[in-house]
Ligand binder design. Structure first.
Ligand code: PMP
Length: 459
């Protein structure tokens, strides 16, 4: 039963931050919008009917130009991991910016070397994942992982997953398999897409566990029929983010990793969204599935908002980039690395992963309660503070409730809650707040979401 539309005044109350934003005296929202429309590419999309201007941030909150406070439950698209302008990070970066900003890795600098060591220490024991190449983005990290895998194995074919997202540059755009992110001229050479473990919309129309994990096992046939039988690698997000927060059945990755390795391929975990404690129980997303990849790519939460990414692998695989010249001008620059180092220290010192587990668990429970109440909620899924809520018009046909999702997002924004959305049909709410979220924030989020759904049901 769909809940009845209500017109009651909002009850959900946003916890008030003790941070006081500085007065804003810059251009108005309309002036910024007009500059954007005149001088920026129309391909750079915006959220909301009336685009939002954000001029300040502190921990889990952000402020617009009028001084209105918002709970940032999308964290700069799963990127602000420990909080906006975290004081400890700001202090360290300020000091670094005043000292030196750019050198390139042709010279030595302590921050990049120390970070590489610290990152290796966060990898599973005995995995030998101790050699890192730093980049400015997740796309660049994935480009490197594919290059290294192809060079190491001597094979060209890459297996990626349907509904996966791996970036917007050449090779990795061809790995991406969410149609709305593909271009008619996208390059798709030597990439084969396998079925994801998306049980709610099973690609085979089956039901877990009687499906016998057909999605994972079908990778064997994909390789047999569509490749020479030898592949370079398999790349996947441990939980698909852009595709709508898809967490597969537990055994999915073990089955696929075995098949890929039997056909000579390496396994790449794209941890751009799932890494750095976000899934709560584990530091890396892949650890939830009992597998160890050969290469790990990361970005977003790693830098808490500064451009920073990496591809980490075993030295024998990393050595492939030494056979020719390879270089990244800004990769490993002192400012990004200082911010990365300070972010990792905050994650460790402030028990950020544990907070993601605890608050994420509470939030998921609250969202599951809302599923009982609102027929529009088809499924609640995800781990830690990487949660997804799939909205459907009809629980038996699974017709996507895209328009309703957009309307609910607008209502949440009015109440001071900023959510993300994704999925092929744009009908999945993505809840990925900064990981310093409190119980009071999680309760506000759930109450606000509840009221907004109530208002939009049947609309
Ligand atoms: N991989 C995943 C899983 C991502 O979510 C993204 C970005 N949304 C990327 C790679 C690409 O990262 P970037 O935008 O930093 O290039």
């Amino acid at each position: 039963m769909a809940s009845k539309p209500t017109s009651t005044a909002p009850r959900a109350t946003l916890p008030v931050s003790d941070h006081v934003p500085a007065p804003y005296d810059g251009p108005s929202r309309d002036e910024i919008l007009s500059l954007r429309e005149q001088y920026m590419s129309p391909g750079i999309f915006k959220f909301y009917k009336e685009p939002l201007t954000i001029v300040e941030g502190h921990m889990q909150y952000m402020w617009d130009e009028t001084g209105k406070q918002y709970l940032d439950a999308f964290g700069g698209i799963v990127t602000v991991s420990v909080g906006h302008c975290h004081p400890k990070i700001v202090e360290r970066v300020r000091e670094q910016v005043g000292r030196i900003q750019h050198t390139t890795t042709i010279y030595l600098h302590p921050a990049v070397a120390q970070y590489a060591q610290k990152l290796a220490e966060h990898m599973p024991a005995n995995a030998d994942l101790n050699s890192s190449y730093f980049t400015n983005s997740g796309s660049e990290a994935n480009e490197l992982a594919i290059l290294m895998s192809r060079s190491f194995t001597g094979n060209a074919d890459v297996i990626a997953l349907r509904n996966g997202y791996h970036g917007g540059t050449g090779t990795v755009q061809s790995l991406t398999a969410v149609g709305t992110w593909k271009f008619p001229a996208s390059n798709t050479i030597n990439v084969k897409h396998a079925a994801p473990g998306y049980c709610y919309r099973c690609p085979f129309g089956l039901t877990y566990p009687s499906c016998d994990m057909k999605c994972a096992k079908s990778v064997e046939d994909l390789i047999r029929y569509e490749t020479s039988g030898q592949v370079a690698c398999f790349i996947a997000e441990p939980i698909q983010g852009v595709g709508g927060v898809i967490d597969p059945p537990e055994e999915y990755f073990q089955i696929v990793y075995d098949i890929v390795r039997n056909h000579g391929g390496l396994c790449i975990a794209d941890e751009v969204q799932t890494g750095f404690g976000r899934t709560g129980d584990h530091f890396w997303g892949f650890e939830n599935w009992g597998v160890t990849p050969d290469l790990v790519t990361m970005a977003k939460g790693m830098g808490n908002g500064i451009p920073l990414g990496a591809c980490t692998t075993r030295t024998e695989i990393a050595r492939t980039t030494a056979q020719r010249l390879h270089f990244n001008t800004y990769g490993g620059n002192p400012v990004s690395m200082t911010q990365g180092l300070a972010t990792l220290e905050v994650i460790d010192d402030e028990n950020i992963q544990e907070n993601a587990r605890r608050i994420g668990g509470h939030l998921k429970e609250r969202l599951l309660e809302l599923q009982e109440k609102h027929a529009l909620i088809g499924e609640v899924r995800g781990k830690g503070l990487m949660l997804g809520v799939e909205m459907v018009r009809d629980r038996s046909t699974l017709e996507p409730a895209a328009e309703e999702t957009a309307n609910i997002m607008e209502r949440c924004k009015e109440r001071g809650l900023l959510l993300g959305k994704g999925g092929l049909f744009g009908n999945v709410f993505r809840v990925a707040p900064t990981m310093c979220l409190t119980t009071a924030d999680a309760d506000f989020l759930s109450d606000c979401f509840d009221e907004a759904i109530g208002e939009c049901s049947g609309s």
